[in-house]
Design a protein around this ligand. Structure first.
Ligand code: SAH
Length: 233
């Protein structure tokens, strides 16, 4: 199954229009024809089906016949991740986070981050293709922050769990008291980890430290492991 992406601005009434990459993919790669049915997501939980009305290399118009609003069960997941220096590892973590259902990605600079800038355009393309690949209907937002505190402030309505290798082994996600929260902010550090001051300040602002087991995981493994504990909860 193939899913196509049309942002809400490209959906007017019962007509959706694919442009750019998406149009090229439908017309050139899949060689879709008028009358073929496509599944479209708008990245905001809207999922549509309908036949192609008009198709060219640059634009595909679909008449939408069916619409549903997809809402995932459980809390909205926000992954706050320290910027990982190696680009391929950072991109891996971002891709997996989307597959595992992150609604927002908050990348942050921190005391131990080596690399300070990210290629947002590349990451956004990866996020889009991960959304489609995993047949999800929500395209997560991507934001970059200057500190982990900034991330916590931005998402202060969320319950915050900070993965820390020195957290008590008993403080695994399974042992968390359920609180019925709507949003969860999951924090993992960069390669160099969080500084003791960052951890202290986070705890003061309400973060709960969680353990991912006895062994030290690489930053991208930690992010994927933490996210995976909440899949379909
Ligand atoms: N501070 C360490 C390693 C950092 S690992 C050092 O430099 O030696 C990168 C991040 O992964 C950490 O900041 C933490 O968020 C997460 N992490 C790795 N292993 C973990 C574990 N066993 N439990 C909880 N978090 C872990």
């Amino acid at each position: 199954m193939n899913i196509f992406y049309a942002p809400p601005s490209h959906i007017n009434g019962n007509i959706a229009e694919l442009e750019g990459q998406e149009a090229r993919h439908a017309s050139r790669v899949l060689r879709a024809r008028e009358g073929d049915y496509l599944t479209i997501v708008d990245g905001r939980g809207g999922r549509y089906k309908g036949p192609i009305q008009r198709i060219s290399r640059k634009s595909v118009q679909i008449r939408l016949e069916k619409r549903e609003q997809v809402s995932d069960p459980g809390p909205e997941l926000i992954l706050g991740m320290g910027i990982i220096k190696k680009r391929d590892r950072l991109e891996f973590a971002v891709e997996k986070a989307v597959e595992l259902g992150a609604r927002h990605l908050a990348l942050f600079r921190s005391e131990h981050t080596v690399k300070k800038n990210v290629r947002s355009d590349r990451l956004e393309a990866i996020m889009l293709s991960a959304m489609k690949q995993s047949l999800r209907s929500w395209l997560p937002s991507l934001m970059v922050f200057n500190s982990v505190e900034e991330v916590m402030r931005h998402y202060q309505d969320a319950r915050c769990l900070m993965a820390h290798e020195k957290a008590d082994r008993e403080a695994g996600v399974d042992n968390l008291a359920a609180a019925g929260e709507k949003r969860l902010l999951l924090l993992t550090g960069p390669e160099g980890g969080f500084s003791p001051e960052e951890v202290e300040r986070a705890v003061e602002s309400g973060a709960e430290l969680v353990s991912l087991g006895e062994y030290r995981l690489r930053a991208e493994t930690a992010a994927v492991t933490l996210m995976s504990q909440f899949i379909d909860r």
